[in-house]
Write a protein that binds this ligand. Structure first.
Ligand SMILES: [Zn+2]
Length: 222
């Protein structure tokens, strides 16, 4: 793939569900999901992220991902340039989000996890990750603001938009806003990489390259 990232002023990356570790019905609660994901870490995905970091070096980039397995934070990608709006395992929250407080999670907590309850209402706590009722958005808000600031800086700049494995799970997080960003920035070019949903909108036809491919392989070939 002849794609030279350094030729662009800005690089916006969207990483979708294809990169996320999927839990199954054997997980009855948040804590079981944590253990399931620990036991199913896909080293190919972390390797792909590490490769992405090498090609992104010296670029001004930002990454939005709907993944909520935290694998991205195990890679060499720069945490300051990542936002994970669907949460992950970094925080716990009250199941009712009664106080809107988040409790930073540390692995040492796991041993006594059955005793961990909300300090305010004593109800169970769950990991701050989608999909849950009463999802506390506070876990990613600071980075979301950084992302929006960064997006402002892309106006009138030569922008590369790389959308990787983004399906229809949470289209309002990446897919639709990326289309909008591409539409308004006439100097942008968008690569939409997906095995089955690599379609452009009619408005973007001229500036959208639809790549029907496995996004992990696409990344590794960059
Ligand atoms: Zn509570």
């Amino acid at each position: 793939m002849e794609l030279e990232l350094k030729e662009y002023d800005k690089v916006l990356i969207g990483i979708g569900d294809d990169f996320n570790t999927k839990t199954d019905d054997s997980c009855k609660n948040s804590w079981e999901e944590l253990i399931f994901i620990e036991n199913h870490v896909d080293s190919n995905i972390i390797a792909a992220f590490n490769h992405l970091q090498t090609v992104l070096e010296d670029t001004d980039h930002f990454i939005v991902t709907t993944c909520n397995d935290d694998l991205i934070y195990r890679s060499n990608l720069d945490e300051k340039r990542i936002v994970t709006p669907c949460g992950g395992f970094r925080y716990l929250q009250c199941i009712d989000d009664c106080s809107h407080e988040l409790l930073p999670y540390e692995s040492a907590m796991y041993e006594s996890h059955e005793q961990i309850v909300c300090p305010h209402c004593k109800k169970p706590v769950v990991f701050n990750r989608m999909p849950i009722d009463n999802y506390n958005e506070g876990g990613y808000m600071e980075q979301w603001q950084e992302y929006n600031k960064w997006l402002q800086s892309t106006i009138n700049k030569k922008l590369l938009i790389l959308e990787l494995g983004v399906g229809m799970a949470y289209p309002s997080v990446i897919r639709f806003p990326f289309e909008k960003t591409a539409f308004y920035n006439q100097k942008s070019i968008m690569y939409r990489v997906h095995e089955s949903l690599a379609f452009s909108t009619p408005e973007l036809k001229e500036r959208c390259v639809c790549v029907k491919a496995n996004p992990v392989e696409f990344l590794n070939n960059l």
